[in-house]
Design a protein around this ligand. Structure first.
Ligand code: GDP
Ligand code: MN
Length: 341
């Protein structure tokens, strides 16, 4: 059938395209076999709210082979093409040059201190994989943009336009729906490493960056603000770029993915804030999204066009609560609107 596109009030510069063509983009889903129920649930959310109209392909990645049961239960959820990929070992496991005694001590200490996932090696592998490797996977080489999906997420609005198309048309590289403060215990020395990087490679820091989002004192200390990376629509060529490659390799060598518990969210966010002009980062205000106990719920009718099922007064809606960094981001985006960007 024919797809009808309406320019959205919230996305005023969205260009109407009478003959619709899909972008070079895919839905990316890292999962374990045991995540299957949450995977199916998330697929239903994404297909219902968006993808059954747009048919973007799905790519599933795992550090172990997906079982036939997993594959079978995924395939019946979509009419799009689906690929299942195995992650190369060297993209996943803790590298040999990490001092395992030191890493194990950090895991034991953080477990005792009840830092979430503090004792987990698997979780560290996952964070490092999303920081430095997913976009190198053979199945993703043909794609430029991706939309990251996780188990058990909820999409509460119908999206009646193509967010990939919107990103590309507006020159956006990275996008988010929720911005939070990172747990400080997971990243004690991350900012020190970032400062070292900036000193060594000042040429990669762009003018008109979003430094204000990540530092309130011109780079001295980290605000701990990060875009929550379980939702991401972004351009993988950014992660493949020289600046980001240098950045990831530098951080990797510092060892904090294993000696601490650096998350891919602060790593991606700091990179986006330093290496991209701030107007290349987009807040999808109109995409209602829930992961675990935090939710972004569009407020204001112009952002709820596709009729959202979320309620802005719900306790888990985080947008303007104390734990949210959205107000900080909005201060920057205000300056973009006022011609500062
Ligand atoms: P949280 O959102 O930070 O609580 O972490 P999740 O448990 O949701 O993990 C983040 C993503 O990585 C999800 O898509 C998981 O399915 C996936 N994931 C986490 N650990 C592993 C793992 O050991 N193997 C694989 N294949 N996927 C993992
Ligand atoms: Mn998750």
């Amino acid at each position: 059938g024919q797809l009808v596109f309406s320019p959205r009030a919230s996305n005023k510069d969205f260009t109407f395209q009478p003959s619709y063509r899909n972008e070079n983009a895919t839905l990316v889903f890292l999962a374990r076999n045991s995540d299957i129920d949450g995977v199916v649930s998330s697929m239903r959310e994404v297909e219902r709210s968006f993808n059954e109209k747009y048919h973007y392909p799905w790519v599933f990645l795992n550090d172990e082979e997906f079982t036939n049961e997993f594959r079978g239960r995924v395939l019946v959820e979509t009419r799009s093409s689906v690929k299942f990929g195995l992650i190369p070992r060297e993209h996943w496991v803790q590298p040999d040059w990490i001092d395992e005694a030191k890493a194990a001590a950090a895991r034991a200490r953080m477990k005792k201190e009840k830092v979430i996932y503090g004792g987990s090696l698997q979780y560290r592998n996952m964070c490092r994989f999303y920081s430095g490797f997913f976009f190198k996977h053979p199945l993703l080489q043909q794609y430029k943009y991706y939309w990251r999906i996780e188990p058990d997420v909820k999409y509460s609005c119908d999206t009646n336009y193509d967010p990939f198309h919107f990103m590309i048309n507006n020159n956006h590289t990275y996008s988010f729906t929720i911005a939070l403060y990172e747990i400080p215990e997971t990243i004690p020395t991350l900012w020190d490493s970032v400062k070292k990087f900036i000193e060594k490679y000042p040429q990669y820091i762009v003018n008109d960056n979003a430094m204000e989002f990540i530092s309130a004192d011109g780079g001295e200390t980290y605000t701990s603000c990060h875009f929550w990376s379980n939702f991401e629509i972004a351009d993988m060529d950014f992660w493949r770029s020289e600046a980001y490659q240098k950045f990831f390799n530098f951080l990797d060598t510092e060892g904090g993915f294993y000696y601490e518990r650096w998350g891919d969210a602060p790593v991606h966010s700091i990179a986006a804030a330093l290496f991209l002009p701030k107007h290349n980062i987009h807040f999808f205000r109109d995409i209602g999204y829930r992961h675990a106990t935090y939710e972004h719920c569009p407020s204001g009718n112009e952002y709820r066009e596709g009729s959202c099922s979320c309620r802005v007064w719900n306790r888990i809606v985080i947008d303007y609560r104390g734990q949210s960094c959205l107000p900080k981001y909005e201060k920057i985006s205000e300056s973009i609107k006022q011609g500062g960007g």
